[in-house]
Design a protein. Structure first.
Length: 774
């Protein structure tokens, strides 16, 4: 009878537990992260208490588990699609902001660029009009300011993303720490279903974590999760049984992960870029912003370089070459964290001077009451109390300073954020053309000559100033042949060849076009072998030895020797032309000394030159100096009539005939002349031959590229959302609560409970009858 009662009692207990579990399912039907529970029961088997009776029946029912609905495969798909959606949804609004910054607006880059070109065109019609010159100045300044403002806006957007990334990593650390604390409680109690709430909370945290970074999760037989970073196995461990890792972030928004083990070495730290989640979205869009910033810097660099080149080749009203219109030179001040003072630094470029190319370190010396400025090699550049004046820049300092305070000025040259207009007087506008071309009246051809200046490019040779010892001593060359180059901005050079027991090495000096200034004349074979582009000579250079050893030499260069010719012990060249000179050493002791004097030479476009068609059939032309008759160089016209010779770019449009001559002279005055302005106007549209100009179209291409990225991300958001919703539906069908199903279960378990209660009642009645019969 006791077994009868206990069996009924166990049935009531099991039904009661099932009812309670079903009620919990119903109550949490809309609770995020809740997984449906199910009571698992098993038969209680018993042993016979009577040796004459075989116990064929059990002793009731027992609850073996309260099982939590969970499908590892579906759960992993939810985490993966959640990461993908979070990434694309993070990118979309930021790319929209980036695109908005590039869209045309009042006072924006495109509008101010158009206004500037309109101002140039207006001034070109009346180049002497002071009012139109003021309009030019204002338009140029507005344009430069708009470019700098846009760059600042984009940089601020990047800084914002960096801050957002730091917040994401802070949240990642909080989540993995909480997961670690929860997992310490798993398996502590042996009561069935005790871990379910912990696992629900843990899995909800995993889902939250997947929205931040993409993760892989593996579970052991106790349900404890091992979480690694990335979209595949083998990634850095974020949290497992040993605890939670320590996570930080770098400037590229990549994760820096140090293992959970106490005292883990820094060498065990791993750096990984997030492959999903909002951090991946931030990292991806930061890359897009940086790429756009690079494009903007390149665009601004092209504008500045090309407009400056045109203006510097033009002439102002006094006939002087124009200066730079725009600058991209700048520095960012970075005070040292340990500074005890508070100092504000302002830097100003000096337009007509060359500023330091690298970083500058300011150190406060309170004893002297000075700020000391050093370059990146530790060389003292200058000092001052509240102002330090260096070549090309002025540094102003305001505020309080303390001993040994350090402020680093990081060079940001070439960045659009530095763009500014340099002219401060309307008379500085170089409206006139740099050169005047006059065709000889006897020319048989009808071709028109257009002349400009061009960069002759580097020789690729070492500088003689780097080869010659600074203390005036000599150096031993490794071999005979080309030694190095004297740069175009040198005004004088002194070279000596020393006898160290053998024979003196000859010293020879050449222009890049092949004219020999000093040294023994060469044979045709020797000249041909020497004058190659690999040796720094111009392509197609032709040897001319007619001037070698003459005192009054090439373009007025003055040559002095020891009296026995340039092959003797020393030579000196002064009044050098503004072009590179190639130094060659002959066989011998190869012991060379000397020095280089740097000074302002004559710019190529200040020369008066003559262009002559040598052979109309081959297109050969020659450039000579009008004053001296010296040959500057020669070349062959291409199919479009273009050739570059000795720093001049020539174009002959039309029919040429052998013997045609053109005189090219530097303009004496820019008054009433708008050729320089017209060249600036020409930059409005892109020249398909030279690749210059067309800034509006280039800017539009940049904006279109960002728009394309945005459209791609918007499509990806839709796809990722659909995949995530499908995964959520799948998880809901396996782990979610269906109220109809639970209602049916309530009826079933209620009936079971009532049936077991009836068994209990029958057992009591039987037991009472038995007692009464005694």
């Amino acid at each position: 009878m006791a077994d009868f009662l206990s069996i009924a009692k166990s049935g009531m207990a099991a039904s009661s537990a099932a009812l309670a579990t079903t009620s919990e399912n119903v109550a949490n039907a809309n609770t995020d992260g809740y997984s449906r529970r199910e009571v698992i029961t098993s038969e209680v088997s018993g042993a016979s208490a009577n040796p004459l009776f075989s116990a064929l029946n059990g002793h009731g029912v027992m609850i073996t588990d309260v099982r939590r609905a969970f499908d590892e495969l579906i759960a992993g798909e939810v985490l993966r699609t959640s990461s993908a959606l979070a990434s694309s949804e993070t990118q979309e609004p930021v790319l929209e902001q980036l695109e908005n910054r590039l869209l045309p607006e009042a006072g924006g880059v495109k509008e101010t660029l158009a206004d500037f070109f309109d101002a140039i065109e207006g001034l070109a019609g009346t180049p002497d009009d002071s009012g139109l010159r003021s309009v030019f100045m204002n338009a140029a300044e507005s344009f430069a300011g708009a470019v700098a403002d846009m760059a600042d806006d984009i940089n601020e957007l990047g800084d914002y993303l960096q801050g957002q990334g730091e917040q994401v990593v802070e949240r990642v650390n909080d989540i993995i720490q909480e997961i670690s604390r929860l997992q310490e409680k798993i398996g502590v109690s042996s009561v069935p279903g005790t871990n379910n709430t912990i696992l629900d909370q843990r899995d909800q945290l995993l889902k939250d974590l997947s929205k931040l970074v993409e993760i892989q999760v593996d579970y052991d037989n106790m349900g404890v999760a091992s979480v690694t970073l990335g979209d595949g196995p083998g990634g850095p461990v974020l949290v497992d049984r040993s605890g939670a890792a320590r996570v930080s972030i770098n400037s590229d928004l990549a994760l820096v992960i140090r293992p959970a083990a106490a005292g883990s070495a820094a060498s065990e730290t791993q750096t990984r870029a997030a492959s999903g989640g909002s951090l991946h979205g931030l990292s991806s869009v930061l890359s897009a912003i940086n790429a756009t910033m690079d494009d903007l810097n390149d665009w601004a660099g092209a504008v500045v370089e090309e407009m400056n080149a045109v203006h510097m080749a033009s002439r102002d009203e006094d006939g002087n070459p124009g200066g730079r219109l725009f600058s991209l030179v700048g520095w960012e001040a970075e005070p040292a964290p340990a500074n005890r003072g508070t100092t504000i630094v302002t830097t100003t470029e000096i337009p007509d001077e060359t500023p330091p190319a690298g970083d500058i370190r300011l150190v406060r010396d309170e004893t002297l009451g000075l700020w000391q400025a050093y370059d990146d090699t530790g060389t003292l550049l200058g000092s001052g109390t509240n102002q330090v004046v260096l070549p090309g820049m002025i540094i102003d300092l305001e505020g309080s300073a303390a001993e040994a305070d350090v402020i680093n000025l990081v060079a940001t040259h070439g960045q659009a954020q530095n763009m500014r207009y340099l002219l401060d007087d309307i008379d500085q506008i170089a409206a006139g053309g740099g050169m005047t071309v006059v065709a000889d009246a006897t020319n048989a051809g009808d071709a028109e000559l257009t002349v400009g200046t061009t960069d002759v490019g580097s020789t690729g040779l070492p500088q003689m100033s780097d080869i010659l010892p600074a203390d005036g001593s000599s150096t031993t060359l490794l071999s005979a042949g080309v030694v190095g180059v004297v740069p175009a901005n040198a005004s004088a050079v002194t070279l000596a060849s020393l006898n160290t027991g053998g024979s003196i090495s000859d010293i020879m000096v050449f222009t890049r076009e092949g004219t020999q200034i000093a040294g023994p004349a060469l044979s045709a074979a020797a000249a041909s072998a020497l004058m190659t582009t690999a040796n720094g000579f111009a392509d197609g250079a032709i040897y001319d030895g007619s001037l070698t050893d003459q005192a009054d030499n090439y373009l007025g260069t003055q040559l002095s020797t020891d009296g026995s010719g340039a092959s003797a012990q020393w030579l000196q060249l002064t009044d050098l032309p503004y072009e590179d000179l190639i130094i060659v050493a002959g066989a011998g002791d190869l012991e060379i000394g000397g020095n280089i004097t740097i000074g302002n030479g004559t710019e190529p476009d200040d020369r008066s030159v003559r262009v002559e068609v040598i052979d109309a059939g081959t297109g050969e032309v020659e450039l000579t100096d009008q004053a001296t008759g010296h040959r500057l160089g020669g070349g062959i016209l291409d199919a479009d009539g273009n050739v570059e010779i000795a720093g001049f770019s020539l174009n002959l449009a039309g029919t040429i005939q052998t013997g045609d001559v053109y005189d090219v002279e530097a303009s004496s005055s820019g008054s009433g002349d708008a050729r320089g302005l017209n060249e600036l106007v020409g930059l409005r549209l892109r020249d398909t031959d030279t690749g210059v100009g067309g800034y509006d179209a280039m800017f539009t291409d940049m904006r279109t590229e960002v728009g394309g990225m945005l459209a791609t991300v918007q499509t990806k958001v839709e796809v990722d959302r659909a995949r995530y919703e499908a995964a959520e539906i799948a998880q809901s069908s396996t782990a979610g609560v269906d109220l109809d199903t639970e209602a049916a279960a309530l009826i079933k378990y209620q009936q079971a409970y009532q049936a077991n209660a009836r068994v209990m009642s029958v057992a009591r009645e039987i037991f009472s009858t038995l007692l009464n019969s005694l």
